[in-house]
Each structure stands twice: as structure tokens, then as C-alpha cells.
Design a protein. Structure first.
Length: 130
């Protein structure tokens, strides 16, 4: 399997995964499942997140409030901090709201999506401390 490439930029980093060339005329159903997972992982290589955002992904194994998340990374519970660190993760579908129909609810919490778990776990597997 080809080695992924790591690139630092703008206070974050990207990881590029390259799918190995396969010279097989027909795919088995199992190959399709593996190809789908590989393509999902490959898509994650283009996602840029900051060090704070990676810490948030590691912290949100269970649903957490905005205040708890921002406090965990040492920031105050202000909209600007939410807009800078949490909202981009929601837009990239790495975090989701527990109450999407009530985005401003005081009971709103944020949890890791499947895509967020894949990204977090892949970066952990490749030895990134971010």
C-alpha cells in the first residue's frame, strides 16, 4: 500500500491517501466494501483542520456542550470561538448537533460523526500527535 503524504499549511495539515492500482477485471462483493472504505479514507486526506479542531475531535467521543468543548481547549464560551473552532467541524460534517432543529438551544450538544471518527482514528494511526 502506498505511503500517505503529510503536508502542513495554515496552522493545520492535510493527509493524502493514495489508492493502490489493482489490475483485476472483476471485483468481488468484498472488494466493493473495501474499495468503499478506502475511498472514504481517501476523501479524508483533503480535509484541513487546526490543532484545536483535532483536539475537539478527540474530546467528543460522547456528546458535549459548546461550553465544555471550548473550555477543554482553554477558550471562553464566546460565539467567536464557536465560529472559529466548532462551526467549521459541523460544516465539514465531522461534528453534528444533537438538536439540529434547535441550533440555539441551551441543551444543544455536539457529537462526532462517522466521518469525524474516521478522520480522528486515521490521523491517530499514522502517529500524528495533533
Amino acid at each position: 500500500m502506498p505511503v500517505p503524504s503529510f503536508n502542513e499549511r495554515f496552522g493545520g495539515f492535510t493527509v493524502e491517501f493514495h489508492k493502490p492500482y489493482q489490475d483485476t477485471p472483476q471485483d468481488t462483493p468484498q472488494d466493493g466494501i473495501q474499495d468503499g472504505k478506502q475511498e472514504s479514507i481517501q476523501d479524508l486526506g483533503t480535509i484541513e483542520i487546526s490543532e484545536f479542531q483535532m483536539i475537539i475531535l478527540k474530546f467528543c467521543d460522547q456528546a458535549k456542550s459548546k461550553g465544555a468543548i471550548l473550555n477543554h481547549i482553554g477558550l471562553s464560551n464566546y460565539y467567536k470561538n464557536y465560529k472559529t473552532h466548532i462551526l467549521p467541524l459541523i460544516e465539514k460534517e465531522l461534528l453534528s448537533m444533537t438538536l439540529p432543529q434547535k441550533p440555539t438551544s441551551k441543551n444543544q450538544k455536539y457529537r462526532l460523526t462517522t466521518k469525524g471518527k474516521l478522520l480522528r482514528d486515521n490521523r491517530k494511526n499514522f502517529g500524528n500527535s495533533v
